[in-house]
Design a protein around this ligand. Structure first.
Ligand SMILES: Nc1nc2c(ncn2[C@@H]2O[C@H](COP(=O)(O)OP(=O)(O)OP(=O)(O)O)[C@@H](O)[C@H]2O)c(=O)[nH]1
Ligand SMILES: [Mg+2]
Length: 407
């Protein structure tokens, strides 16, 4: 298993205020859509690694102000677009006056992707659709398609999206079904379970309903995981809802959350005995739980960064491997000098957030008999992203904190 194979990079681009960060927050970070209303503009680039059942999505959210976009295309195209699996280009359909400017950066993006020979798929989001009455939407989407000349790009698709509606999840599901890096061993184990127990369908999804594994691979129109969350809200808000079973035409559907944010759906034929199916379902859940147990699925990317971090410290004679294992996971508490927020991060978390910029985020300085480790955690402050210099001693213990600065 090589480490790149379980990581996919997605870049979200588009003009400022078009809704990129909001999409990231709602889909990947569990924010309520309303909570995005006061989002500050993203400064430069925000990169984050999200783990879904052992595979990671490396999500790059680029601040859409012209100065950042210009800087990206002048200096960072290679770094931003290399190994790209999917580009999400967000067009704010409520901002007609900027549509040609948006098209300009779209063309620039596609020119650059072509230049580096990228085979990334292109997903255009006709976004903020909630502001448009349903009967006017298709016409708007058609005109975006024309203006952006999408027919020129056979690997492009356009979706109507809004963070306030289900369609953002449908669009993300389509993207995930192409770019989510499936672990082939797990996929074939699931296949075996399906044939062993004679299932019609077995899926693993997030509780928001993004399907990660599905055997056979098919699109189910009903979002079963989300149905489960709705039922939990109605019937069992304070209890743990063990599992749900119901019949639908000639199928019997079982749904259960096996780990935090991992939901199993099994579909049996309704011909057989219910009792037998209940015990089979629990057996399947146990097998799947073992396969996707959180500790076992610390993403490969995380292990890679962890190893790199330990080797880096060891090469500077800072503690030994065993001691480092504990130290790099220990939370360091600090406070932002601008917004006053109290924050905490471990050395490993700083390294993970800055996997692309590791050498900057963690530096070791030696002089006059002392060794200082400098950490630069990034913090989403009131109006911008800021990095906060934290100094540690040669035991990786907190020594002092510096003034934060914009990144
Ligand atoms: N009506 C509506 N508003 C949205 C939607 N998505 C995002 N917004 C709002 O749009 C505003 C800007 O959102 P951001 O996500 O910060 O925009 P951005 O594209 O990240 O902007 P930059 O970081 O400056 O590039 C916020 O107030 C969001 O609440 C949507 O689907 N519908
Ligand atoms: Mg943003």
């Amino acid at each position: 298993m090589n480490d790149r194979s379980l990581q996919s990079k997605i870049v979200i681009l588009g003009l400022s205020q078009s809704g990129k960060t909001s999409i990231r927050q709602v889909v990947f970070e569990g924010f309520a859509p309303q909570a995005t209303s006061l989002n500050p503009a993203t400064v430069r680039i925000n990169r984050k690694l999200f783990n879904f059942a052992g595979s990671s999505i490396n999500l790059v959210d680029v601040g859409g102000q012209s100065s950042y976009l210009n800087e990206l295309f002048e200096k960072y195209t290679e770094r931003t677009f290399s190994d790209l699996k999917a580009l999400i280009y967000v067009v704010d359909i409520s901002d007609a006056s900027n549509i040609m400017r948006s098209k300009y950066y779209f063309d620039l993006t596609l020119d650059n992707l072509k230049k580096i020979g990228s085979s990334a798929r292109i997903y255009v989001f006709a976004h903020k659709m909630d502001v448009v009455p349903v009967d006017k939407r298709a016409a708007i989407t058609r005109s975006i398609k024309d203006i952006f000349e999408l027919s020129k790009y056979p690997n492009s698709e356009i979706y109507e999206t809004s963070i306030f509606e289900e369609n953002i999840w449908d669009a993300m599901q389509r993207i995930f079904s192409v770019v989510y890096p499936r672990d082939l061993t797990k996929a074939s184990n699931i296949q075996e379970i399906v044939s062993e127990y004679n299932l019609n369908l077995l899926t693993l999804s997030t509780s928001k309903g993004l399907v990660l594994y599905s055997e056979p691979e098919k699109e189910v129109n009903l979002n079963l995981s989300r149905l489960r969350s709705e039922l939990v809200k109605i019937y069992s808000p304070s209890l743990d809802l063990n599992y749900i079973v119901f019949s639908l035409s000639d199928s019997r559907i079982f749904i259960r959350e096996i780990e935090e944010d991992l939901v199993i759906t099994s579909v049996f034929s309704s011909q057989e005995q219910l009792n037998q199916q209940i015990s089979t379902f629990h057996e399947i859940c146990d097998q799947m739980r073992k396969m996707f147990k959180t500790e076992e699925v610390i993403s490969v990317a995380k292990i890679k960064v962890k190893d790199k971090l330990i080797t880096f410290f060891e090469s500077h004679n800072i503690l030994n491997k065993e001691q480092l294992e504990t130290k790099i996971n220990k939370q360091i508490y600090f406070k932002c000098d601008i917004c006053g927020r109290e924050l905490h991060k471990s050395i490993l978390e700083v390294a993970l957030e800055n996997a692309d910029n590791f050498e900057h985020a963690i530096q070791i300085k030696k002089g006059f008999g002392t060794t200082t480790i400098e950490l630069y955690p990034i913090h989403e402050c009131i109006t911008e992203m800021r990095e906060i210099p934290i100094l540690l001693d040669n035991n990786c213990e907190y020594r002092s904190i510096g003034k934060s600065r914009p990144v």
